[in-house]
Design a protein. Structure first.
Ligand code: UD1
Length: 422
């Protein structure tokens, strides 16, 4: 298994290009199932999660062709010849459940394996299922699979999500665009990835209003047509690389970064004392000298502080001046990076969903283990600030969500390399 070696202590300078959003791409790809005409995505990220979704769509009969080194995904779902999403693929990635709504809407039937447990909490899919039932689907859970049917098609309905869920909002939104009549989704998620999905569906002929607010109204149409859509920039990759100069010192311009994608995160980052500047090319973050100040963070659905940046922010707080309280409100069990950071000399006390971090002057390099996607990048960030060498193992987690992380960070002067097969 590969690992990544980081030698800390170098200030960063330069530019990092921000890729298209993994999480947006993972919901835009299943949208191809809604139409028999081609859907082309540009600005797609090159990640193993995208390859897993490609494999899943291909298993259903869709064609996915990678062009321009994977940055363009040309998809066609002309011949959907299999309505079963198999456990062997679904277990690799929870986002696989996103094929359920579109398949059911277009084909009137779908069988999808329930995703297994996940390292960052129980993560059920009950809201996805409740929403589809509200649109008239009959569901049966058998042998670890959801068998969904809507013989005479889905029907528009008013559905209020009991709690905000990004994935469930995406699944029901995709299902409702081909339902008969009007659907109103209340307490919908407002993430930029939902806005991006709605924009793509509209390009395909869907009638949607209100995306980006907590109430989305969809007027069902008989069919969708082909379209080309650019994937929104990845706000989590953006936030991660904005933290790199905050942790290591120096200045990094994140190309393609947009403030409205990361506003509550940027507000917290600015409160630590680093400078954030909106430039013609993106967002530039500079830390001139001295330690940053501690800030308290509480994760929340968008527009709140993203749970997907909590681990990375914790890495910064490890060397901040003062005590920081980080509250994780979206997922239980999402502090698995804390014991690894403590191996590097961080002072962290975890109690339930709260982590209290007392900043130390210096972290020390150590062998550490990635436990999930965002945790793995937080260890790399911490390594940038640590004295000596940090070896992060189990980097396959990282490959799921960060393209060319070594190239991007070494491009701004970090001492980082991938070591193969150890
Ligand atoms: C998406 C993102 C993930 C991010 C998360 C929260 C993708 C592929 N992944 O995950 O990176 O961390 O949003 O911003 O886009 N819940 C239920 N029942 C459900 C669905 C969710 O109880 O049917 C709970 C979850 O356990 C969690 C909360 O709702 O506690 C929010 O989860 P959700 O927004 O659905 O996250 P995902 O869509 O899985």
């Amino acid at each position: 298994m590969d690992s990544i070696l980081v030698r800390g202590g170098t200030e960063l300078a330069g530019e990092i290009p921000i890729a298209g959003a993994k999480n947006a791409c993972l919901t835009l790809m299943p949208a191809t199932l809604l139409s028999d005409e081609p859907l082309t995505l540009t600005n797609a990220p090159r990640l193993s999660d995208i390859r897993t979704m490609t494999q899943l769509l291909a298993s259903l009969g869709a064609e996915v062709t990678q062009l321009q080194d994977g940055q363009v995904l040309a998809m066609s779902s002309h011949d959907i010849n299999n309505l079963t999403a198999d456990y062997d693929i679904v277990r690799k990635m929870r986002a696989s459940i996103l094929v359920l709504g579109p398949m059911l809407a277009r084909c009137g039937r779908a069988v999808v394996s329930l995703p297994g447990g996940c390292a960052i909490g129980a993560r059920p899919v009950d809201l996805h299922l409740k929403g589809l039932e509200a649109l008239g689907a009959t569901l049966d859970l058998k042998d670890g699979y959801v068998h969904a049917e809507a013989k005479s098609g889905l029907k528009g309905a008013v559905f209020e999500f009991p709690l905000v869920s990004v994935g469930a909002t995406e699944n029901i939104l995709m299902a409702s665009v081909l339902a008969k009549g009007t659907t109103v989704l209340k307490n919908a998620a407002r993430e930029p990835e939902i806005v991006d999905l709605a924009q793509c569906l509209r390009r395909m002929g869907a009638q949607i209003e209100g995306e980006g607010t907590s109430e989305i109204t969809i007027q069902g149409v008989d069919r969708l047509h082909g379209a080309t859509h650019p994937v929104v920039p990845d706000r989590i990759e953006l936030g991660t690389y904005m933290l790199a100069p905050a942790i290591a010192g120096g200045s990094v311009e994140c190309l393609g970064g947009r403030m409205e994608l990361v506003s509550s995160f940027a507000e917290k980052l600015a409160a630590t004392g680093v400078e954030i500047e909106e430039t013609a090319k993106g967002l530039k973050v500079t830390r001139k000298n001295g330690r940053v100040r501690s800030v308290d963070v509480e994760t929340a659905p968008f527009p709140g502080f993203p749970t997907d940046l909590q681990a990375q922010m914790m890495a910064l707080m490890c060397t901040a001046d003062g005590v920081s309280v980080l509250e994780e409100r979206i997922f239980e069990n999402r502090f698995m990076h804390a014991p690894e950071l403590m191996r590097m000399g961080a002072s962290i006390d975890v109690s339930g969903g709260t982590a209290t971090v007392t900043g130390v002057e210096k972290l020390k390099g150590a062998p550490v283990m990635a436990t999930d996607l965002r945790a793995s990048v937080s260890l790399i960030l911490a390594g940038l600030a640590a004295e000596g060498e940090t070896r992060v193992s189990r980097v396959y987690h990282l490959d799921r969500g960060y393209e060319h992380v070594v190239r991007k960070l070494s491009g701004v002067g970090a001492s980082i390399e991938r070591v193969h097969g150890e």
